[in-house]
Every structure is written in C-alpha cells, then in structure tokens.
Design a protein around this ligand. Sequence first.
Ligand SMILES: [Co+2]
Length: 464
Amino acid sequence: MGSKTPEHENHTGGDESSNPLKSNATGGEPRGAHLSRDGDGSLGDDGGDDDGDDDNTAGTTTVTLTSPSTDASKKKKRKKSKKKKKHSQSSPPRIPLRDLFPTGQYPVGEIQSYGSAVVENTARTTVKEARIQSRRHLQDDSFLNDYRKAAEVHRQVRRWTQESVRPGQTLTDIAVGIEDGVRALLDNAGLEPGSCLASGMGFPTGLALNNCVAHYTPNPGQKEIYLQASDVMKVDFGVHINGWIVDSAFTMSFDPTYDNLLAAVKDATNTGIKNAGVDVRISDVSAAIQEAMESYEVEIGGKTYPVKPVRDLSGHNIKQYQIHGGKSIPFVKTSNQTKMEEGEIFAIETFGSTGRGYTREGPGVYGYGRDINAPKHVMSPLASARSLYKTINENFGTIVFCRRYLERLGVQRYLAGMNSLESMGVVEVHAPLMDVEGSFSAQFEHTLLLRETGKEIMSRGDDY
Ligand SMILES: [Co+2]
C-alpha cells in the first residue's frame, strides 16, 4: 500500500502542464507475464532457472537462516519439495497453505547481507538493548514463520493473478479473485466476529490503472470498469497474520510499450532494497532509488518521456496492525537524517510516472482506517455511527478496509455513520491518488525485515 509522504500531505502546488498521452489500445497478444523477467531467483527455485540475470543481487550474498543443519542436501530437498507443492496449488487458489506445507515450516525469504553498509558502533549497541526489548516478538520463531507463511500466500495468489488476469475482466472480479484466494489459503473466510483480526487482507486490494497511481479499489454499486489491453495496472495487496502485514505490489501491462516504465520502477525498488540496512540513512536509500528511476525513459506514441519518481508517495515501515509505522522512504533525495534500525520491517516500494510525478486526490473512496490513537468507544449522537464503530473495532481494528470488506460482513447503510466517524476524527478516509490525465505509472513493492544477520526480503518470488 502506498504511503503519502508527510510533508506532501495536502500538496496542491506544482505546475499544471498536462501530458495528453493517448492510450494506444493496440491490443495484441496479452502478455501479462512480462512483468516478471528479471525477478530474483534465490527464492523462487524453479530448479535451475538461472538466466544469468543477476543484476538485482550484485554485491549481495544469499545465505539461509533456518538452522546450522541446513546443509546442501537438505536445501536441495526443500527446493524439490517446494517445487512439487507449487504445482499442487489449484487454480483459482483454494488449497490452504498448511495442507501444502505439512511440516508447518514456510519458505524463507531472500536473504541479502548488509555488506559493508553496516558499521558497528558503540552508540548503536547501547541503543540496541532498548530496541530489542521493544521488539521481542521479532526473536519469536512463530512470528517469523507466520510472516513467511503470509508471504507465501502472497506469492501463490499473485502467481494466479499474473497467469489468469486478462483484458475484458472487471476490476471487481479481479479484486474478489485475489481476496478469495488469500482467504482460502489462510483457511480463514473472515466472516466470524474478530476472525479478520487473526488473519486476512492487510488493506483494500489496490487495482490502480494508468494515471491512477495508487489507492483505487472497486466499490459495490459503482459502474464496472473493464480491464483494457492498453492498461497499465498496479496490483497492490496485503496479507496479514496476527496483524503482521506482507505489503507487496507489482504492475501488469499487456503492451510492450510500457516495458521500460515497468523496468525502471522494478529497478528502483530493487535498488532501494539493496541499499536498505541497519543504521542506513533513509535519505541515502531515497537518493539511490531516485538515481535508478531517473536513468530510464519510455517512448509512448512516438514521444519520449522521462520516468519520474512520484514525489509525494513513499515507502514506509510496518508495525503490528499498522501499515504505516511512521517512517517514510521517499523516492527522491531528502535532508532527513532518520536511520533504519535493527528489527524494523519496511515496505520498500517505488512509483514511477510519465506524468508530473505528483498526485492529487481523485473522486471516490479507496478505504477507511481507524486512527491508531482513537478511543475504544465514541460518543456519537448517531446510533449507526456507534454500532459501525463497534463493527470496525471488532473486525478490522486499525487495519485499513474498504466498502467491499464491510459489505461481505453484512453491514448495510453505513455511509452516514462513516461520515460521522470521519468528522469526529476517529476514522481516516483514503482517496484514489491520481497523476495527470493521460499519464502512466507503475509500482513494485516488497516487504523486508532487518534482521541482525541480514535483511530478509519476505515477499521475494521468482516473478519480482
Ligand atoms: Co506499501
């Protein structure tokens, strides 16, 4: 899920020069899979698919963190069994993950070493004690294994998405398909009170087309949008277990015109991941992202456009039941001195655009999120607001949700109550974020955990 960079909240400045690109609906063979060419292979061990494309892992090493007994033969076995399991997931995905992994151990993400970026210093060690106290859960085996399980759910559901989504489908069908897949693999339909808090969707499934950069999800009762062969679609969904959210996104297009746009953003995200680390200044990660992104241009309809980092969105840290934990990673260099710290979880995402590289709020609603500091009960004169607030607390807590998630619980006529909660400041409304008409934008995103020994890119797959 994209995050508004704090200093750009309510941004209205910038030049208004629009960019009247025509979407060239040339159609042709749908080729959604070309988003996945240079994904890193260290996790998605499809058996020897070494295509020599190692630019994403240059300067990094891959180690396994499970246990010292992870010798070569064992590793091989794990790969082999994983391959078999991968093929046994149904289409659409409906087999609970625990049936595919009878040992209950889920695949480790990609491990990248910190390399020379980490400098041991005493200041850090002193602070470290306190940090570790507050992040004890990170040392907990079930936390890590659950996080890996959520990541595997994400990989399996997005694989189905990449293989089955085609122009002509409605965005509602695509979103519901993703959500049904996630819930089936978690083996939790999320219909009982409180069950959505145990596991489920991490936020509203984002299906943002073209100049809609982020935060679009289909709402019930609205005119259906059909995916076109000329569309560039950002697919951004989250999977959580016990409130720990895997936030990961990719971009699909069916027209090779946009290959460079997708390549730029994928490169920028992987550059951000490569530069992330304990004690690393966030501004240095931002600078590296910007440099990677701006080294690309894309030709659309005979005109060449630079790929611009979207300046008012950013990556973010993740806390339990809290998709945006307070730290932001912009895609352009800043003077911010904030550092990344051991134990933190980051969603490293980037957005690139052929438009202005700024967003404005579009019409409609993406989702709602209860304020982290909101009280348990509210004193609204409106009975519908009070009962809606109870429903939100019971089912979502501070997890961002959308109208479809509410309505599948049987909640009706909630708009007046929601307006009341919004005006009281206990629920925040998120709107779609748009660049200028005619522009195109792409997104790639991974969730990583800064462990003591290395960073684990939880959501890495063989696709991206
Ligand atoms: Co995100």
